[in-house]
Design a protein around this ligand. Structure first.
Ligand SMILES: [Zn+2]
Ligand SMILES: [Zn+2]
Length: 399
């Protein structure tokens, strides 16, 4: 009997005993049921005959200590009857489509190997191992699925952008050397003019069954190594893999407003899959350089604007650079040094649309030397200031 069927059946329930029943109890229960259900005692009763068969099966397994141990272990691993047997419920992973479907997408021997070496560890470990070995063969839904070649690996790359490019967005080329689809055979692995054929050993399923005693195992087909197809005339440039390592240039479109450390995914630009399988993805980590004029705080663009004392005191309109057109910023009369003025919507483009703000911080610049006329004017001003009662240190804690 295939082991999968073991999982689906509850032999204990069949015999009407608990799962910790002793050998005597099992024997007694079986004898009683066998007498009741025996075909001689129930001529023409097909229901009784069916039950008699199931009870006999149950007894055959539970009365043999080795088989019973294996049965218990199997059910323990799968969390009880029917957990994945019939396609309903189950683990919800795509990979189980095969297991549920009939010919089986994986081999029980893998499970037991995993359980033995891992000391009966969690499902995660066991199934991870399974999927790695079985490749990406599984598809959703029941029925035997052809085992498809595995998707290519993802790639990681880095890029350093100037402040303005990162802020405004840019399309920039990056050069990668990685497994890429073979240009000669376009990734099929077959010599141009020929094509791969369906493997006859496994009929394209990529899996073969092997019987060993009471067990039936599914394992990757040895003739096509689980891929389901055979290439008679391999492409000479890629030796039939469909993949060659070469240097290629990818144009990376950087969206506006990207920030330092952000990772950008380029679907399908990773390593090529074997024999035409989909490529992996390319992940590009962006580093953003600094700028002499601007800095950023999220979507806000920061700029420090040098001003004179008189511009702050009297007020002025000053032209301020932005990442686009310069903008005229009005400094109100009596603006304090170090104050930040906000210009709405002139900052960094937002991913959600629109722009952040431009934040202009005013910073007084004091002239290092003054000519005669300016000195004279400032002295006159200083007198007027005192006469007007201005004391810069009134209200200062140190006064
Ligand atoms: Zn090729
Ligand atoms: Zn095959």
């Amino acid at each position: 009997m295939a082991q999968r069927e073991w999982v689906e059946q509850d032999f204990y329930k069949e015999l009407g005993v608990s799962s910790d029943a002793g050998a005597d109890e099992i024997k007694k229960a079986y004898r009683k049921l066998a007498r009741e259900l025996h075909p001689d005692a129930n001529p023409g009763n097909t229901q009784a005959e069916e039950r008699f068969k199931r009870v006999s099966e149950a007894h055959a397994v539970l009365s043999d200590p080795a088989k019973r141990k294996e049965y218990d272990e199997t059910r323990r691993l799968f969390g009880g009857a029917g957990r994945f047997g019939t396609g309903g419920g189950g683990f919800g992973t795509g990979g189980f489509g095969n297991a549920a479907g009939g010919s089986g997408g994986f081999s029980f021997s893998d499970i037991f190997d995993g359980a033995a070496s891992g000391g009966g560890g969690g499902f995660g470990d066991i199934f991870e191992g399974l999927f790695n070995r079985a490749g990406a063969g599984a598809g959703p839904g029941p029925g035997p699925q052809p085992s498809r070649p595995r998707r290519g690996n993802d790639l990681e790359s880095e890029i350093t952008l100037g402040f303005r490019d990162a802020t405004l967005g840019v399309t920039t080329p990056i050069t990668l050397t990685s497994p890429s689809p073979c240009t000669t055979c376009h990734g099929s692995g077959a010599k141009p003019g020929t094509s791969p054929r369906v493997c006859q050993t496994c009929n394209g399923s990529g899996l073969v069954s092997r019987n060993q005693g009471a067990f039936s195992f599914s394992e990757p087909c040895p003739d096509c190594r689980g891929s389901g197809s055979v290439i008679d005339d391999p492409c000479t440039d890629c030796q039939g893999t469909g993949v060659t390592v070469r240097t290629r240039t990818v144009n990376v479109k950087i969206p506006p407003g990207v920030s330092d450390g952000q990772r950008i995914r380029l679907a399908g630009q990773g390593q090529a899959g074997m024999r035409g399988a989909p490529s992996g993805d390319l992940f590009v980590t962006v580093h953003v350089g600094g700028d002499d004029v601007f800095s950023r705080n999220g979507d806000d663009l920061l700029v420090t604007l040098p001003v004179s004392f008189s511009e702050l005191a009297l007020g002025a309109t000053v032209t301020v650079p932005t990442l686009g057109q310069p903008v005229g910023v009005k400094i109100p009369a009596g603006t304090t040094d170090g104050r930040t003025l906000r210009v709405r919507g002139r900052g960094v483009p937002k991913r959600s649309g629109g722009h952040g703000d431009l934040l202009v911080k005013v910073q007084v610049t004091v002239p290092g030397s003054l000519d005669e006329r300016a000195q004279e004017a400032l002295r006159t001003y200083a007198e007027a200031e005192r006469a007007g009662g201005f004391d810069p240190r009134s209200g200062w804690a140190g006064a």
